[in-house]
Design a protein around this ligand. Structure first.
Ligand SMILES: NC(=O)c1ccc[n+]([C@@H]2O[C@H](COP(=O)([O-])OP(=O)(O)OC[C@H]3O[C@@H](n4cnc5c(N)ncnc54)[C@H](O)[C@@H]3O)[C@@H](O)[C@H]2O)c1
Length: 360
């Protein structure tokens, strides 16, 4: 049976992608230290899959542990081998992801994100697994961009989090024997199959409302904040800046449904395993921009709830517009976001109101 190792599997994007991969017929090793997630997410992934309970047990191996633990990683590859199976690719979601926190805890970010990836790549090399789909981010592009971003744009992250992502991309390019992280597709002379997927603003939830975004601490992203106001956990949201050079003065972002992101991962894997060794660096965004004020209006129209807000000063490191040019995704992995902003609002709210306390 074809096996995959998913790191950070219980997290927001990992759980939705695990569901898509499970339904696509793979056997999954699901590794997470649950530092920002709950094992309940993985129970629900099993329940939501189209498999019987017995098959779920056969196909999902949950491992509670850290990606920096090399011997644990070895045990995972060895346990597949013992069953006569092989892990054909890794999906690497595990990492720390809060931009603000990355300034306070810079060492933790380098240790977890870069150190963890090095341990993972060492284990992959030892057990001849040379395929990885890596969670990169639009933050690698930096701030000076007011047009749709394309993979050939300069890389200039401005916070430790973005720097760790850009560094991992460069490390993966070096390992593949490729020269640049500013080209969407390159042949790998070293026989690696790698996709770095630069996510824009993943949001929404599985339409069942069973799995969704469940930040352990204070949410950083706009959707969990809006949802918390909608369920009256918070009084209002603060909009950082009303004087950006955009039509209504608030920041414009490219929100992309998490199920689209999950399907983008499967599309990347399908491409990697059916082609010659290559390095792909691909934007996962919808190409559609929504301002903060527009989002509040759309939320009200789709859900019927008013979101009180107040304006605060611009945040350091924010940008007026972050928008993907998704053309290379369509060209190289045949993927395009299918769900619109109304569906994102509806599904994220569905998750939040069914689970006001997250997975607790
Ligand atoms: N959500 C976003 O807006 C966004 C945008 C761009 C990129 N990304 C990247 O995508 C990936 C997944 O993001 P997410 O939103 O699902 O985040 P998440 O925090 O929900 O998921 C990350 C998972 O990794 C686990 N983890 C963290 N460190 C670990 C370690 N050392 N060992 C094992 N498990 C560990 C956490 O417990 C969590 O379950 C991250 O690498 C993130 O940087 C996310």
């Amino acid at each position: 049976m074809r096996c995959l190792l998913i790191t950070g599997a219980a997290g927001f994007i990992g759980s939705h992608t695990s569901l898509v991969l499970l339904n696509a017929g793979y056997k999954l090793f699901l590794l997470d230290n649950f530092s920002n997630s709950s094992p309940i997410a993985l129970e629900r992934v099993g329940r939501l899959s189209n498999l019987s309970n017995e098959k779920v047990k056969e196909r999902m191996t949950i491992v509670n542990g850290d990606i920096r633990d090399f011997s644990l990683l070895e045990n995972i590859f060895l346990s597949a081998e013992k069953n006569g199976e092989k892990i054909i690719s890794v999906f690497h979601f595990a990492g720390l992801k809060a931009v603000g926190e990355s300034f306070e805890k810079a060492f933790d970010y380098w240790d977890n994100n870069v150190g963890g990836t090095i341990a993972l790549l060492k284990a992959m090399e030892k057990y001849s697994c040379r395929s990885i789909v890596f969670s990169s981010s639009a933050t690698v592009y930096g701030t000076k961009n007011n047009k749709a971003l394309i993979e050939t744009d300069p890389i200039s992250p401005i916070n430790p989090y973005g720097l760790t992502k850009a560094t991992i991309e460069k490390m993966l390019a070096n390992i593949a024997g490729c020269h640049s992280t500013r080209v969407a597709k390159q042949t790998s002379p070293r026989g690696w199959r790698i996709a770095c997927l630069r996510y824009f603003n993943p949001a929404g939830a599985h339409p069942s409302g069973e799995i969704g975004e469940n930040p352990k601490d204070i949410p950083n992203n706009l959707f969990p904040l809006i949802n918390q106001v909608a369920i009256e956990k918070k009084e209002s949201i603060t909009i950082f800046g009303q004087d950006w050079p955009t039509p209504d003065g608030t920041g414009i972002r490219d929100y992309v449904h998490v199920m689209d992101i999950a399907e983008g991962h499967k599309a990347a894997l399908d491409t990697l395993i059916s082609s010659n060794p290559q390095l792909l660096i691909i934007n996962l965004g919808s190409g559609e921009g929504t301002s903060v004020l527009d989002l509040i209006k759309i939320f009200k129209l789709s859900i019927g709830i008013d979101i009180p807000y107040r304006f605060g000063p611009r945040r350091n490191g924010d940008t007026a517009i972050s928008l993907a040019n998704p053309g290379e995704a369509l060209k190289f992995i045949k993927w395009k976001a299918k769900r619109n902003i109304e569906e994102i609002c509806r599904d994220s709210w569905n998750w939040q109101h069914q689970n006001p306390m997250g997975y607790k």
